[in-house]
Ligand binder design. Sequence first.
Ligand code: HEM
Length: 777
Amino acid sequence: MALLEGLIQLSSAFPLLVAVLLLLLVYLHSTGVSNTEKGKAPPGPTPLPILGNLINLKKPYDSLCELSKKYGSVFTIYSGPKKVVVLAGYKTVKKALVNHAEEFGDREITPFSRDAFEGHGILFCNGENWREMRRFALTNLRNFGMGKRRGEEKIIEEAQHLIQMFQNFKGTAFDTKEPVNYAVSNIICAIVYGSRFEYNDPRFKVMVSRANDTIRLAGSPSVQLYNMFPWLKPLLRNVSHVLKNVADNLKDIQSYINNLQETLNPQDSRGFIDSFLTHQQSKELSSAFPLLVAVLLLLLVYLHSTGVSNTEKGKAPPGPTPLPILGNLINLQKPYDSLCELSKKYGSVFTIYSGPKKVVVLAGYKTVKQALVNHAEEFGNREITPLFCNAFEGHGIIFSNGENWREMRRFALTNLRNFGMGKRRGEEKIIEEAQHLIQVFEKLKGTTFDTNEPVNYAVSNIICAIVYGSRFEYDDPRLKVMVKRTNENIRLAGSPSVRLYNMLPWLKPLLRNVSYVLKNIADNLKEIQSYINNLQETLNPQDSRGFIDSFLIRRQSEEKLEQNANLFNEKNLLCCVANLFAAGTNTTGATVCWGLLLMAKYPHIQDRVQEEIDRVVGGRQPVVEDRKSLPYTDAVIHETQRVANIVPLNLPHATSCDVHFQGFFIEKGTIVIPLLTSVLRDESEWAKPYMFHPEHFLDDQGRLIKRDAFMPFSAGRRVCLGESLARMELFLFFTSLLQRFRFTAPPGVLEDELDLTPTLGGTLNPSPHKLCALSRS
Ligand code: HEM
């Protein structure tokens, strides 16, 4: 029947068949069934020319069992013009697959599997690709599921979902196939993506049904015919249908991969895909090595001439001997710790080489303060790293210098003051946003959740209110995408591959992360441009709604006066807005999240904060004015910022002229790192530098004391432009949340088990974690 079906499909191709038949007769004869010179070929039924042996395509396994009765356990058939040796019976199959594992171990890549997977993956590939993918998959299947307690737990959890599903049928008749397939597919999802789907999730249903469909159709007569005679493809509709199915599934998988890539944390792999991506990143780095070595030789002479030795003008700060080109191999995962270590050996002003670039590191409170405050002008330029030079081309505030920086910083400061910072209007906005955040926490009714997203949406909305004049709902996809992209950029800006790019920009083609960040920045700028266009259309010069309006109004007046018009241009507006989001969202959001995590970890400190808030504020909304009556709470916020050490390396500075500093000579244009970690953990300034100890900020009477070495916002000419806004946000968000909620570890997790290891990135965020917010009312 099946063959008949196939032949009916084929009938329109008959004339073509006949023509090819004649041409191939000779060929078939030569590939023949006869014995070769090297030995006897396995016996088998005589094939028809071209068509080969007419095996029942519906149940080929039955036909082949039948044939083995006649021809023995090793026999030949022809699948179309292709010779196929069939092995039958336990002894023969075992002997071939186990005792001759190597000889029989390759996969036959059928035309269908070649079209669908092009030699990639595990199932349909051979050689080095197969070996590497199989080995990687095996290791990771073991890590994420197979044969481990973790795997057992996942399967038991899924079995419970399946039981529930069966129970829903209340004994009525149903088809077991769907729910059972959903359950087993979820085990793969848990291993691969790190999460399961609900059985009624439409994305999941489609995925499972497509996969089943593909497997069914891959064994259909038409696909089998296609594998025999690939040139029949245009006549076999099923084939294109299955190939489209496979392509659609690959597209879906790609979108899950993209999502996971965006939130990838190399320290915390959620599943197979995460591990693959992390492995890919590390490969990316190692593949750069041969190139590095080649250029190493070329640049040896150059490096030697720029050397580490002293110049005529004075003594250069000491430091470890650099390798040619590579410079000093600083730990790229935790460079701030490596630099603190080096300062113990080389003192508070020392030189390292970041690739071929000379960098002077300033360590410890006294030195950093002396440089940034007493020599503010000399140390006040920004080093514009290749990544940001590429992205912002010297525009905006953070990554610009000279007249452009001065003018943009001044304008931004005035407008941040007008629209938020240190004013009643700003306080109102933050309080309103805190209420939205409280609502989100309340809806969770004490269940476990990740604080990161809602907190970041809230702080981002403060910048939106200042910049655009309006906030977004937390489920607005535009807000979600913007926050995600910004956070991702900040994380990737501190990744080893971007650090490597900043040292050796010619490595760019090998470092995929770099193009990814640049694309992310470009996408954010495009989005900001569309908001600017909207605001421009409804601009009223008498009533500025926010920073963008003020910039546009200023641009109009500058154009009239023909002064400075070139600075109040589109690119500066775009870059300023992007800078405010990048600098103002992740930093403040991460600090609030650290604060909540620390409260859950140290409940006795949370007790004291809540006692103070209850006593001083009671049930009314906390306001900025309350700060001076809440010294313990204020000390906890300060200590959170000290311990969180959000910007551990600071942003890089550069000398604006030749400088003589602490007996050393530093040339104009040298990169300078005023190492904030070394200030916030300076052993001569803090009694317990490595512990969470709010008493650092309290005197004997329990009053708040100002500590000069408290420098999370840096100092001097480049000091954080949003400091007073950030401090107001931290105080209002923290007190409002602590007044309403008790923060705890998830059920079953001990406080000791809450991890304070930060994630790797441009800023230090808490590692992904969950907490419970229990309502206190
Ligand atoms: C807890 C929150 C924050 C922390 C810890 C923080 C920290 C910093 C640090 C360390 C710098 C580099 C200073 C230097 O180069 O010496 C900086 C720069 C900057 N910050 Fe913040 N920041 C925070 C919040 C904000 C907010 C809310 C905004 C925006 C409204 C903002 C806007 C900026 C800008 C524009 C710069 C660049 C200044 C310049 O180059 O002149 N920051 N911040």
